[in-house]
Design a protein around this ligand. Structure first.
Ligand code: MN
Length: 194
């Protein structure tokens, strides 16, 4: 049985970047549907009993779509915390970001531009390579960088269902707001565990 993540904050704790109403639909309905569809498709398939990450690496078709969306949303919803001023990474992750992108501000600018510029539905990811270097990728639909041998450490959801209640068509405004609520401790842990 694959499960949705538990939210590590109250449903209204991320406003105004993500409202309680968006949490109720996005986490409570959209993610729940992907998880239910995945669990309905697994019994009797070649992927029954596998870890979610393995399913995402190996599956195709509807099973892959629901597994990818489940993993992506679990990564997404567990990487936030209530708004903080001057929210930024520290330590080895901060150094790796500076090395790859020049500065944290330059990284945010590129990440936001790639999220805003992704046509249609999908995700923008920051991932680590085995050597610790970093890369930003655009993943359409349910895509996940695990498929390319990368370790995903941060992702912003650019499906309209992620932001339409709070920002309507203003995807770039949603992406800008998310920087205030990223929990860099969680992202750093993912980076350290790559
Ligand atoms: Mn979503």
């Amino acid at each position: 049985m694959i499960t949705a993540c538990t939210l590590p904050y109250a449903p209204d704790a991320l406003a105004p970047a993500i409202s309680a109403e968006t949490i109720s639909f996005h986490y409570g309905k959209h993610l729940a549907t992907y998880v239910n569809n995945l669990n309905a498709a697994l019994p009797g398939s070649a992927f029954e009993g596998m870890e979610l990450e393995e399913i995402v690496k190996k599956a195709d078709g509807p099973l892959y779509n629901n597994a990818g969306q489940t993993l992506n949303h679990n990564l997404y919803f567990t990487q936030f915390a209530p708004r903080r001023d001057n929210n930024a990474p520290k330590g080895k992750l901060a150094l790796a970001i500076d090395k790859e992108f020049g500065s944290f501000d330059a990284f945010k600018k590129e990440f936001t531009a790639k999220g805003a510029g992704l046509f249609g539905s999908g995700w923008v990811f920051l991932s680590a390579k085995a050597d610790g270097s970093l890369v930003i990728t655009q993943e359409p639909n349910a895509g996940n960088p695990l498929r390319s041998g990368l370790t995903p450490i941060l992702t912003f959801d650019v499906w309209e269902h992620a932001y339409y209640l709070d920002f309507q068509n203003r995807r770039a405004d949603q992406l800008a707001a998310l920087w205030d609520i990223v929990n860099w401790d969680v992202v750093s842990e993912r980076y350290a565990e790559r």
